[in-house]
Design a protein around this ligand. Structure first.
Ligand SMILES: Cc1cc2nc3c(=O)[nH]c(=O)nc-3n(C[C@H](O)[C@H](O)[C@H](O)COP(=O)(O)OP(=O)(O)OC[C@H]3O[C@@H](n4cnc5c(N)ncnc54)[C@H](O)[C@@H]3O)c2cc1C
Length: 262
């Protein structure tokens, strides 16, 4: 590891000031992505601002019609939360399937959505549920938040503080995991709310997480495995890599969609 300046502020205000004082500084959450990236010199920030001592960024609370999860809440805490289990059991189940126990005990929801890895699980839940990502500057709707592979609309000097997940009539997530990393080779999240059905796919899109319009249309009038079965998945905008070809991923999306409908 190379030498860098490390700060551990105790409030969001102090974190904000540290970011402003050091352009190019990186925020550190659980370090599950940032530390390996620094070790490999894929990221070489001169200043690191650790969010770990800011109590306001941790925790889970039931709000009117939504579950609020602090950015520094670990995947393990979401998986074990009684609030999440009661309001959005599918989200607790998603969190329990991330990585391994080490990753779930260190990795955070804020780090996951900020990083927007194309195989990450939470982005699918954020998009399918139409969640709102709150930062130190603004509230960002799910449809505006993700901006391509490893990219979001978050700017430098902007800290994700919490995410509000609307409570759905039904929310389920089915993933075909890479057996080595547990990242999604394909993951499909389905949310049924009073205003309709939203379906999001992770792990497969050439531009990252996306909504599957064909499935939303089919399920809006008939929320059934039979309707899901008829959905045609276009492979032309899907990734091909050493793990799976685009047409294989297209097939898996159909399978995961049917599993999510149950
Ligand atoms: C072996 C392994 C297996 C994994 N398997 C899975 C899996 O199955 N599914 C899955 O979804 N994920 C998986 N992950 C990813 C993991 O769950 C973490 O969510 C992810 O690595 C981010 O880690 P972190 O929260 O520690 O953030 P960090 O690594 O600390 O930060 C990641 C990025 O987000 C930025 N950031 C962090 N917090 C904030 C914030 N509050 N506001 C703004 N920017 C912020 C940082 O500056 C950095 O750029 C895996 C990771 C590993 C190492």
């Amino acid at each position: 590891m190379y030498a860098f300046d490390y700060r551990r502020p105790h409030s969001l205000n102090e974190a904000d000031l540290a970011l402003k004082a050091h352009p190019g500084a990186k925020l550190l959450a659980g370090g599950q992505t940032l530390i390996p990236a620094m070790k490999l010199r894929l990221a070489e920030p001169g200043h690191v601002v650790d969010l770990g001592a800011i109590g306001d960024l941790k925790g889970i609370a039931q709000q009117a019609g939504a579950v609020r999860i602090g950015a520094m809440t670990t995947h393990a805490a979401v998986a074990e939360s009684a609030v999440v289990a009661a309001a959005l059991p599918g989200l607790a189940s998603l969190a329990s399937g991330i990585g391994d126990p080490h990753v779930r005990n260190r990795g955070t929801i804020g780090g996951s959505v900020a990083n927007n890895d194309p195989g990450a699980d939470y982005p699918a839940a954020v998009l399918a549920l139409g969640a709102t990502v709150h930062t130190t500057k603004r509230a960002i709707g799910a449809d505006q938040f993700f901006a391509g592979l490893f990219s979001t609309v978050i700017e430098e000097n902007e800290i994700i503080t919490h995410i509000d997940f609307p409570v759905a009539e039904r929310f389920t997530y089915a993933k075909f995991a890479n057996p080595a990393s547990r990242y999604a080779l394909v993951g499909v999240a389905v949310a049924k709310t009073k205003s309709g059905v939203r379906v999001a796919v992770t792990g497969a899109g050439a531009s990252g997480v996306y909504r599957l319009a064909e499935a939303e249309k089919a399920l809006a009038t008939d929320f059934s495995a039979k309707a899901a079965n008829g959905v045609k998945v276009d492979a032309s905008n899907l990734m091909s890599d050493m793990h799976a070809a685009a047409d294989y991923r297209a097939h898996l999306i159909g399978v995961m969609l049917r599993r999510a409908i149950g």
